[in-house]
Design a protein around this ligand. Sequence first.
Ligand SMILES: Nc1ncnc2c1ncn2[C@@H]1O[C@H](COP(=O)(O)OP(=O)(O)OP(=O)(O)O)[C@@H](O)[C@H]1O
Length: 514
Amino acid sequence: MANQDDQFKKVVSHAKEYGYVFQSSEIYDGLSAVYDYAQNGAELKKNIRDYWWKAMVQMNENIVGIDAAIFMHPTTWKASGHVDAFNDPLIDNKDSKKRYRADVLIEDYCAKIEAKIDKEVAKAEKRFGDAFNKEEFVSTNGRVVGYQEKINTTLSRMAKSLENEDLADVKALIEELEIADPLTGSRNWTDVKQFNLMFGTKLGASAESAMDLYLRPETAQGIFVNFLNVQKTGRMKIPFGIAQTGKAFRNEIVARQFIFRMREFEQMEMQFFIKPGTQKEWFEHWKETRMKWHLSLGMGQYNYRFHDHEKLAHYADAATDIEFKFPFGFKELEGIHSRTDFDLKQHEEFSGKKLQYFDHEENKSYTPYVLETSIGLDRMFLAVFSNALVEEELENGTTRTVLKLPSVLAPVKAAILPLVKKDGLPEVARQIVEDLKWDFNVDYDEKDAVGRRYRRQDANGTPFCITVDHDTLEDNTVTIRHRDSMEQERVKIEDLRNIIKQEVDVRTWLMKMK
Ligand SMILES: Nc1ncnc2c1ncn2[C@@H]1O[C@H](COP(=O)(O)OP(=O)(O)OP(=O)(O)O)[C@@H](O)[C@H]1O
């Protein structure tokens, strides 16, 4: 656990030190769970967004993108169910005055038991060596079976109580399990209450005419209310999708883990409108397609897993999460939901407008079913960034910090370095910058010895360093150094553009989805 914590701390401090993520309003001591993307972070974020947009919109003839407003008519949120049901159960500790999510306290309790199971497994693995059969061990070892049962009964009781809105039982469970405030150890809890996560605001100048509004807690509803507009003006035929990226806001009770859980964040969502009855096939299709998108970035298959939901939201008939192994364990990165016709039907009812599709092949109208893929851009940023940050032991006994970002996403694609600040080398290097900047985001760096500059660019995730030396003046060649292998080769200046393009081009990466 200490290792995971250390790794996570390194991620957070590296993100600050190299201009990726800053605490918002830091000079005023920050604002809890709100972050700003800095000069490199903004580029990385934009590149992730573009990579998603190209895979979803540009590569699919039947998917189009929109950009709906953050403010929406307040009835939208009544229809969607957010006003009544977008709640988290909260509990306060009377002594520490700290507020927690009751379900998270219980889940953390279970995670601790899970850690005990892992410990037992590791011990047994050490004892039995190659003869160890994990599956058999966890299903027969008395202590492990007991732990597992405890987790199962706890989680299923919690799920049932939450579903039945039996908040008294959630509190009873916390008391029975003797769960204490993680900060102070106090068990002096208030009752569990529901807390709506939407931020409210007002539209209009005078108090009398002002209208209560919400900041959208998800981007999906902007797609649903525009469903017919897009379908008609784009002459879209089912099956088709509408995608959008944009800010969403949730007043999370406990926002923690850096940019994993924020109060202002960005989503990349796509709603795919389909014929009723075909949702199972499309659910499988999008599960597979979205996983391929993740794997195309080469961040290791073992870092991903599906988590199929047993307990479904009221609007869904199937749901799965793509979980990623963050520095603090496997957690949801993306949700794929089969949302039935719930949203369109609700908006029909609340607006009084028909939101149906006329199917020319079947010669009838129906309310389409919807398959949703929804991923948090900030979470994806954290996945990419934390996975990329490594410390490597080098042959000469030193270590280097390197940010092995997928080169298609790296903020700066190449750094151009004159070996020395004289003899006309800076001028040649500047000329290369002038030439490459039309195609790529490149950096010019002449400060410090070249070895230090290499290290700086490694830590910044720059895939290529291009060094201009005295031979360049003779034969128009430069040294190009590859970030991950540290290999260097001599190439012609005129070939640089193609060499870089081949490596960082979206096409090269997205082709891996095929
Ligand atoms: N507070 C948040 N901060 C950053 N990203 C978020 C936040 N809430 C949701 N997301 C992202 O939006 C995606 C889709 O939203 P969805 O409503 O399905 O999340 P969720 O199931 O409420 O997430 P969680 O269970 O982690 O709260 C999530 O998979 C996640 O990547």
